[in-house]
Design a protein around this ligand. Structure first.
Ligand SMILES: Cc1ncc(COP(=O)(O)O)c(C=O)c1O
Length: 364
């Protein structure tokens, strides 16, 4: 029987597999597999979401104008050049659909966030991978992959799952060297966590170039991953293109209200930054002291290396049996690594203790 057939490009996609969220048989679960914040959402965001629930029968205001105004005020950006979406994934998807088609190429780096490959393929384009150096994106390698067919370059800064970043000077060099018809997407999902002095999320580059867009999210430090809320900031002509193709009500009223409230809660944000600034180096130090290589992360997670893929899988199982759910990143070509989100103090201490036991050959 004939049946409807998706485009060949769609069937070429390996669907994104999220990190595990549970561990059957373990007692208390610590989900450290999706780079969610251990501090949860701001209480003000929870209250705002609750207050909006009775209005759920009504469609949201379609352009997310209140949220765009709040983002604009908070980050000193023009709200007319902001677009909101159901997570920053939604913005990445819109960018690919708007700028990439069959015969076009989209470039990203070797260990870059997996979603780039998916959205390029889904748009009908060809993914092109630039090698990294020391698990860090290389501007020269990205530029070397640019051809007349290149329409878009995606750069996660800092990158997931490596946690590494490029300093502002390098990102600026990339923006200046790209041909003006190639769109550069700076995905700054983890920007708020970065404390390095030479880091910039990308807004200044957006203002300086007609071909640079920055994407951001409420899923990470703002703790609203479940509500699906992200945004992009770009030149007016890019935002115009995205607005033509986004679904008319792509951000729910509950998510918008929670986002506005989250932006207003500076204390909660500062607490999350401080928590990460204390525990990320602690985890890196303790895990390195056990003899594992830890990639130098500036996000709210880190990737640690085992001897080989089998040992990594064994460690994953060992930790999961104790309720410690990490992220296997074989899909990124890093099967000998596990990615660990910075958790609560309790979770962080348990992970280090479990890794110590694992390295000493203990059984879960
Ligand atoms: C680098 C990067 N970009 C974008 C996203 C997408 O996040 P969201 O769609 O929740 O905003 C993630 C989530 O893991 C990420 O790690």
């Amino acid at each position: 029987m004939p049946r409807p057939t998706p485009r060949a490009a769609v069937l070429a996609i390996d669907a994104y597999v999220p990190g595990k969220s549970g561990a059957p048989g373990a007692g208390k679960i610590f989900k450290l597999s999706a780079n969610e914040t251990p501090l949860g959402p701001s209480p003000a965001a929870i209250e705002a979401a609750r207050n909006l629930a009775p209005e759920a029968a009504l469609y949201p205001e379609g352009s997310s104008s209140a949220l765009r105004a709040a983002i604009g005020a908070r980050f000193s950006l023009d709200p007319a050049r902001i677009i909101c979406g159901a997570g920053s994934d939604n913005i990445l998807e819109l960018l690919a659909v708007a700028y990439v088609g069959p015969g076009d190429e989209g470039v990203y780096s070797q260990y870059g966030f997996l979603e780039y490959k998916i959205v390029i393929l889904a748009a009908g384009g060809t993914p092109v991978v630039a090698p990294e150096e020391n698990y860090t994106a290389s501007v020269d390698a990205l530029l070397a992959k640019v051809t007349p067919r290149t329409k878009i370059v995606f750069l996660a800064n800092p990158n997931n799952p490596t946690g590494t970043y490029l300093p502002a000077s390098e990102v600026s060099r990339l923006a200046r060297a790209l041909p003006p018809q190639v769109l550069l997407v700076l995905d700054a999902a983890y920007a708020e966590y970065v404390t390095a002095g030479d880091y910039e999320a990308g807004a200044a580059l957006v203002d300086a170039h007609e071909n640079v867009v920055m994407t951001r999210t409420f899923s990470k430090i703002f703790g609203l991953a479940g509500l699906r809320l992200g945004w992009g900031y770009g030149p007016a002509h890019v935002i115009d293109a995205l607005n033509r193709i986004r679904s008319p009500f792509n951000v729910s009223s509950v998510a918008s209200a929670a986002g506005v409230a989250a932006l207003g809660d500076r204390a909660h944000l500062q607490a999350a930054v401080a928590h990460n600034a204390a525990w990320l180096p602690w985890l890196a130090g303790e895990i390195s002291a056990l003899g594992y290589e830890v990639l130098p992360s500036v996000g709210n997670f880190l990737s640690l290396r085992f001897a080989d893929a089998e040992t990594s899988a064994a460690a994953d199982g060992f930790l999961a049996a104790r309720g410690l759910v990490l992220r296997a990143i074989g899909a990124y070509g890093m099967p000998e690594f596990l990615r660990l989100t910075v958790g609560t103090e309790e979770a962080n201490r348990l992970v280090v203790a479990a890794l110590k036991d694992f390295s000493q050959g203990a059984r879960a």
